[in-house]
Design a protein around this ligand. Structure first.
Ligand SMILES: Nc1nc2c(ncn2[C@@H]2O[C@H](COP(=O)(O)OP(=O)(O)O)[C@@H](O)[C@H]2O)c(=O)[nH]1
Ligand SMILES: [Mg+2]
Length: 250
């Protein structure tokens, strides 16, 4: 039972990828369970097999603890974490090969709080991989791409689990832009040169130094693009996941 946690900024395409990738895996004859960990989502593009909303009701939490929507979302994730064993039991009953976990729209709820890490560990009992989505709109400019990489590196250091970085919504990027991103990843000096052209003074120095460190840490080693609209890159995503789960590496 391999767990795949989709993590990324709000709107980066986590829920859509959970939906489309689960269909693809089923087409390839794998048993798949989908899990929604977003207590505040009112609509999802798939019918989750296991749903945090069955365990916590955000409106009741708002009322009971006199919280606004943001505070209630945080409380919901904390409450659900205390029920991780029950969630795991529900998942186990489905006997899936893959468990695709859709994390909250506001990634800080899951990724920057201890409950996210506790939840991931308790649900998967250690057998998990993070797929970090970089929204296509962050791939247009070097400074935006660098910010996305910083987020990815902070997830990497918090979870210390195998992590695959993907650019989502590939269909929205021109061939030229995509080619540029691949070149940045293959030859980080190019991104540094472009950053140097765009940024000035301290910002330039900081941006270049950060990118150098990220590239030295190997954070750029696996990077490819996927599209939930056209299905491009999903076979590559599956191949990477198999590599991670079979050999425990990224
Ligand atoms: N063009 C395009 N749009 C996408 C793709 N994936 C998601 N979207 C759109 O991006 C928006 C946010 O997607 P969603 O999956 O809800 O993001 P989440 O907040 O990360 O779960 C929705 O309007 C989706 O239809 C994609 O591969 N291509
Ligand atoms: Mg979502």
């Amino acid at each position: 039972m391999h767990f795949v946690f989709f993590v990324g900024t709000a709107g980066s395409g986590k829920s859509t990828l959970t939906s489309i990738f689960s269909e693809k895996l089923r087409e390839w004859e794998f048993d798949v369970a989908t899990v929604n960990l977003d207590p505040g989502d009112s609509w999802l593009p798939y019918a989750p097999d296991v749903d945090i909303r069955e365990f916590v009701d955000i409106y009741k939490v708002m009322e009971a603890y006199q919280l606004g929507p943001n505070g209630a979302l945080v409380a919901c994730v904390d409450i659900a974490t205390s029920k991780a064993d029950q969630l795991r039991e529900e998942i186990e009953m489905l006997k899936p090969d893959y468990v695709l976990v859709d994390t909250p729209g506001q990634m800080e709820l899951f990724a920057y709080r201890n409950s996210g890490l506790f939840m991931a560990s308790a649900l998967s009992q250690g057998d998990y991989c993070i797929v970090f989505l970089v929204d296509a709109m962050f791939a247009e400019r070097p400074a935006d791409f660098l910010s996305a990489l910083l987020l990815s590196s902070s997830i990497q250091s918090r979870f210390q689990a195998p992590q695959i970085n993907v650019v989502s919504k590939k269909d929205l990027l021109s061939k030229e832009t995509l080619g540029k991103v691949y070149k940045w990843v293959e030859e980080p000096e190019r991104l540094i040169d472009e950053l140097a052209l765009e940024e000035k003074g301290m910002r330039r120095e900081l941006a270049c130094k950060l990118f150098e460190s990220l590239s030295e840490l190997g954070l750029l080693s696996s990077f490819f693009a996927v599209s939930s609209t056209t299905g491009e890159g999903l076979d590559e995503l599956h191949a990477e996941l198999q590599r991670v789960f079979e050999r425990g590496e990224v």
